[in-house]
Write a protein that binds this ligand. Structure first.
Ligand code: 5GP
Length: 187
């Protein structure tokens, strides 16, 4: 289990897409959410469901973990395979805490932006208005502090190719260490 977490607007989605293309045996888990689809967002980005449907799935034990984030519900469905692939979860810090508890040998990577200004700029590019951005930056700071409690590694998304390569090598290293029966290191 590989967990990619970090504040909204840091580029987790882009990094996750690249990782599943470049790292063999890595599959992206598709989360469920009650959030409305954003304009221009792919309808495959999430399983977009109603709150009723989500609450029913909780009752039926369909999630590995779920959390409320910014007023919406998000959940990782139980994986439908027992196979040889690793699962990549792009989730918030509450989810990272849950997964680390369930799977202590999972690899948790915290993706960070090079600076607060660059985070604000990315949020603006996504179409957030200025008042909205201030609130999201405050939320981002909380997210980072909480994710730091469980992250094995922190990666700064200054250069996309480099961030992807760094995380890929962390995954290979964790696999190698696991196959030798060892723990993954914190760093
Ligand atoms: P967004 O609405 O911007 O797509 O996502 C908001 C936050 O929810 C992001 O930090 C994203 O990583 C997180 N998230 C997405 N899917 C899940 C999930 O299944 N579980 C949890 N705990 N968080 C998720």
């Amino acid at each position: 289990m590989v967990v990619l977490c970090g504040p909204g607007g840091v580029g987790k989605g882009t990094v996750a897409d690249r990782l599943v293309k470049e790292v063999e045996g890595l599959e992206l888990s598709r989360s469920w959410t009650t959030r409305a689809r954003r304009p221009n967002e792919s309808n495959l980005a999430y399983s977009f469901v109603s709150k009723e449907e989500f609450l029913r799935a909780i009752d039926e034990g369909k999630f590995l973990e779920w959390a409320e984030f910014n007023g919406n519900l998000y959940g990782t469905p139980l994986p439908d395979h027992q196979g040889s692939t690793d699962l990549l979860l792009e989730i918030d810090s509450q989810g990272a805490h849950s997964i680390k508890k369930l799977f202590p040998d999972s690899l948790v990577v915290l993706l960070l932006s090079p600076s607060e200004d660059s985070l604000r700029e990315r949020m603006r590019q996504r179409g957030d208005d200025e008042a909205h951005i201030d609130a999201r930056v405050r939320l981002a700071k909380k997210e980072i502090a909480s994710a730091r409690e469980v992250a094995d590694y922190e990666v700064i998304n200054l250069d996309l190719d480099r961030a992807v390569a760094e995380i890929a090598s962390m995954i290979y290293k964790a696999r190698e260490s696991k196959s030798r029966g060892g723990d993954i290191g914190r760093g």
